[in-house]
Ligand binder design. Structure first.
Ligand code: SF4
Length: 266
């Protein structure tokens, strides 16, 4: 039986595709982005961590928390069914995110098939770092790709994410050739991705991809500090201030003037 390792199910998600969505966060990611908000997704096994029980600021005890639950398709289908009424009313559906959802290809493929059998809209939020055959496997069952682009320079990409961007950029071009709908997600990270040379290179590259009409700007938030501490992972962005939507308005209007539909935050 196909099983998947999921670290979170987000109900009423409003920024992971159209309408009200159920976002399924798959565990396991081959990248190590410095700014990752979900470092609990890095490992592709379940982890048990201690969590403080607090009353106000006072720690009154600890409890163990398991990160990553094994789901069968049937268990996930039961969770999806509870949300169908909201999908129908809002034009929403199910989004597979992570981590990198293509890391658990068989499970995600079967889950996407289930959704399409139920006539549910599907999105895949991907880093693009997977063999193109993985995209081909889920193409027919995916209505919209949320495709993350971070750094155009390969050396910078390696430095800040741990992997080359070559396969990511190549997959994007090949995916665009299939005619599938793609929204680009661009994390705006101060001093790293928001440099002039990176944004210019991004715009130049996107100009050659005609099927991309929408860009989501994702402002950096230092909201995962506690997660990094609990996981014992160094937070490379420690102390860097979060950005607000206001900080991104200028970038939004620049990209809009180039003809893109640009949202902030998803
Ligand atoms: S690709 Fe996404 S989930 Fe993976 S490390 Fe980067 S930000 Fe985190």
């Amino acid at each position: 039986m196909t099983e998947g390792l999921i670290f979170d199910l987000k109900r009423f998600a409003l920024h992971d595709g159209p309408g009200i969505r159920l976002t399924v966060f798959m565990k396991g990611c081959p990248l190590r982005c410095w700014w990752c908000h979900n470092p609990e997704s890095f490992r592709n096994d379940s982890q048990v961590l201690e969590r403080d029980n607090k009353i106000g600021d006072r720690i009154v005890g600890t409890q163990l928390e398991k990160i990553g639950q094994t789901f069968s398709i049937k268990t996930l289908a039961n969770e999806i069914e509870k949300e169908i009424v909201f999908f129908d009313e809002s034009g929403g559906g199910v989004t597979f995110s992570g981590g990198e959802p293509l890391f658990q290809l068989e499970f995600v493929k079967t889950a996407l098939k289930y959704c399409k059998q139920q006539d549910i809209h599907t999105c895949l939020d991907t880093s693009g770092f997977a063999p193109f055959s993985a995209f081909e496997d889920i193409l027919a069952e995916t209505d919209l790709f949320l495709y993350d682009l971070k750094l155009m320079d390969d050396d910078e990409h390696k430095s800040y994410t741990g992997v080359s961007n070559r396969i990511i950029l190549d997959n994007l071009k090949r995916l665009a050739n299939t005619g599938k709908k793609i929204t680009i997600r661009f994390p705006v990270i101060p001093g790293i991705t928001d440099t002039h040379h990176n944004i210019n290179a991004l715009v130049q590259m996107l100009a050659s991809i005609k099927t991309v009409s929408k860009i989501s700007l994702l402002p950096f938030h230092n909201i995962a500090e506690t997660k990094y501490q609990r996981l014992g992972i160094i937070n490379q962005m420690k102390g860097v201030k979060s950005l607000t939507n206001e900080d991104l308005k200028h970038m939004q209007s620049d990209l809009q003037s180039m003809g893109y539909e640009v949202s902030i935050g998803g």
